[in-house]
Design a protein around this ligand. Structure first.
Ligand SMILES: [Zn+2]
Ligand SMILES: [Zn+2]
Length: 266
């Protein structure tokens, strides 16, 4: 039976990440990287109460992904799903979470939350056991892949044929190199387990595009990127393939400090 899919990037960037996805009655938050109050207000603005959520999926333990997690999960008694490595890294920081709220998954093993099939997949990033997610129900698919140093074959395979894809476009390589960050941090970001550049994002899109519908460019760096640059790189990839933006493919930027236009697919 077809289910209505709703997707909304609430916040995306190193100042905090959270996305909302629902398939029919099953509603999920992906990451909770802003204060619980901010997350609650952002959900409220799209007509969702945190108590409507069926759970929170966590990609990895970096604070821009979990800042509001404990307060939100405690207040609304929400289950939190993360990999074993992520729990080992973040669990002790959240003593207020009850054992039964601490749900563990294994990367590459799918499971269900309500009607939604969740497949966590490994991503190359400098965290304990970071993952991206594919969520599928009613013949529709949403994928998340941010915080990754490169797009491995695995990431490409998983993200293929998504109705909605949130893909990282973190930095413009030249801006980063010329920018104010210390050399060590630049090396970290540019590394194989750091963050995805606009160029690498565009190359990944070139491999993925024929099967995608809505693409959000996410986790943009404020210091080392500009929305126009990220967009132009991705647009270039689409145009090279002859895809028409706004009909074959919808391309948007997911912003750090404001909610993106929600996608609703019946
Ligand atoms: Zn991050
Ligand atoms: Zn991270």
């Amino acid at each position: 039976m077809p289910l209505q899919l709703r997707f909304c990037s609430l916040f995306s960037g190193s100042s905090g990440n959270a996305s909302f996805v629902s398939f029919g009655e099953t509603a999920l938050l992906i990451d909770a990287g802003l204060p619980a109050k901010t997350l609650t207000a952002a959900l409220d603005a799209i007509g969702v109460s945190p108590s409507d959520l069926s759970g929170i999926l966590i990609t990895h333990e970096h604070s821009d992904h979990v800042r509001g997690l404990e307060t939100l999960a405690k207040r609304y008694r929400l289950d939190v799903f993360a990999s074993e490595g992520t729990w080992d890294a973040m669990g002790p920081r959240f003593p207020g979470l009850l054992p039964r709220q601490r749900r563990e998954f294994r990367p590459e093993e799918d499971f269900y939350i309500g009607q939604v099939n969740v497949l966590p997949f490994e991503i190359p990033h400098d965290a304990a056991q970071p993952v991206g997610f594919c969520l599928e129900a009613g013949g529709k698919k949403v994928s998340f892949a941010t915080d990754l140093g490169h797009t491995s074959r695995e990431v490409i395979d998983r993200a293929a044929n998504s109705d909605v894809l949130l893909l990282e476009a973190n930095h413009d390589v030249e801006m980063l190199k010329a920018g104010p960050y210390p050399a060590m941090l630049k090396r970290r970001i540019l590394g194989n387990r750091g963050h995805l550049s606009n160029e690498a994002c565009a190359l990944a899109l070139q491999k993925l595009l024929p099967g995608l519908k809505y693409v959000f460019l996410g986790h943009l760096s404020r210091e080392n990127n500009a929305p126009e640059l990220a967009y132009a790189a991705a647009e270039g990839a689409a145009l090279r393939l002859g895809a028409r933006i706004g009909s074959d493919i919808f391309l948007s930027v997911a912003y750090p400090n404001r909610t993106a236009e929600p996608v609703v697919l019946a």
